[in-house]
Design a protein around this ligand. Structure first.
Ligand code: ATP
Length: 351
């Protein structure tokens, strides 16, 4: 059956030696024009998955489909996939322009069309005419990043793979390039699969994010859904800050938590309750909440736009709560209001 999927993975699995699979039974679908971010801690199998899709590695089991065509036996040069590596992997002896032209030359694109397409792409990524004539070592990290992106996009790939493309840039440049990358991908309309361990990058760039751990895709969803409604404790804790409290007992619509706290909600014993720090309400707003916890501030962190409090709400339980800078200080007694919609029951019990 024909689909609108540019990429489809079915049960993709790959091991190295006798170790547990680096990629384990992964299913995934990428719609045309979408940007998917694969997010996970170091060693979880992200790069291996990317290499399987690109054809740099063969799977032990499972299939890769590009636009509904099974490409398991198709060599990488015929897959028409663009790849941006973390270290850019530019040809050191070629100028930026020649680096970008390389793939077109290899495909036998005539010289005049080549020149026009290379210039248009270098315009698109914002490389000046002097920079185009320089070799990689004469370019900054951000400029090399633009060349790598132009080189991958100029061949008009069916799919673009990006392996930690912004990891080598310093923080300020990374944030700027993140916005530019989003805009470039949007205007070219390319379908992209990006690997990162930077949760901010994944949440801000992607249409959908997949969180990976131990070779498995734990959850795949839109960024907001992943953040607000994680399905496992690992996903909850990996994306942003989360207060995760275990349910000791559930009676009617009350949940009694380990450590002696209670709140309104429906769940079962051993579920975890997630409350993001920014969901607590303080001050007068707290008084209007159905559930209120009182505790003492044992630590404060000033973060610029907001302040993070560590609040001891029972001798055994400390939670993190956001407030406006100066709203509460060390040693203060505070009331944390918990609106019903601040409570998310994390169904998964293990990872
Ligand atoms: P990072 O974020 O650190 O790059 P990653 O999520 O991309 O990590 P992979 O590079 O895919 O992780 O590695 C997944 C697992 O497979 C790791 O345990 C790694 O040691 C192992 N692995 C990857 N490539 C090979 C290889 N060629 N030979 C043996 N083991 C490998």
């Amino acid at each position: 059956m024909a689909t609108n999927d540019v990429l489809r993975l079915e049960g993709l699995t790959r091991s190295f030696g006798h170790n547990a699979p680096a990629v384990n039974q992964v299913d995934l679908r990428l719609e045309a024009g979408s940007l998917f971010c694969l997010l996970g801690p170091s060693g979880c199998g992200k790069s291996t998955l990317l290499r399987l899709v690109g054809g740099y590695l063969a799977p032990d089991a499972g299939r890769v489909f590009l636009a509904d065509v099974d490409v398991n036996d198709m060599p990488l040069e015929r897959r028409n996939i663009g790849m941006v590596f973390q270290n850019y992997a530019l040809f050191p002896h070629l100028t930026a322009r020649a680096n970008v032209a390389f793939g077109l030359e290899a495909r036998g694109v005539p010289r005049s069309e080549r020149r026009q397409r290379v210039d248009a792409m270098l315009d698109r990524v914002g490389l000046s005419s002097t920079e185009r004539e320089r070799r990689p070592r004469e370019l900054s990290g951000g400029q090399q990043q633009r060349v790598a992106l132009a080189r991958a996009l100029v061949i008009q790939p069916k799919l673009l793979l990006l392996d930690e493309p912004l990891a080598n840039l310093d923080r300020q440049l990374r944030e700027q390039m993140r916005l530019e990358l989003k805009e470039i991908l949007r205007t070219t309309g390319v379908t992209a699969l990006l690997v990162t361990h930077d949760q901010e990058e994944a949440l801000s760039l992607a249409d959908r994010v997949g969180v990976m751990l131990g070779g498995r895709l734990l959850q795949t969803d839109a960024p907001r859904v992943l953040y607000n409604h994680p399905r496992t404790p690992f996903v909850a804790g990996f994306l942003g800050l989360a207060n995760l409290l275990r349910v000791a007992d559930a009676v009617g619509d009350m949940l009694h938590l380990e450590g002696g706290l209670s709140l309104r909600g429906k769940g079962t014993k051993d579920n975890r309750v997630m409350i993001r720090p920014e969901k607590f309400l303080l001050g007068p707003a707290a008084e209007r909440c159905p559930t209120r916890w009182t505790g003492r501030v044992i630590n404060t962190l000033f973060l610029g736009a907001q302040q993070m409090l560590q609040v001891a709400v029972t001798p055994a339980v400390t939670v993190r709560a956001c407030c406006r800078p100066g709203e509460a200080g060390d040693g203060d007694e505070v009331t944390l209001g918990i609106p019903d919609d601040a409570v998310w029951i994390v169904p998964g019990e293990d990872v």
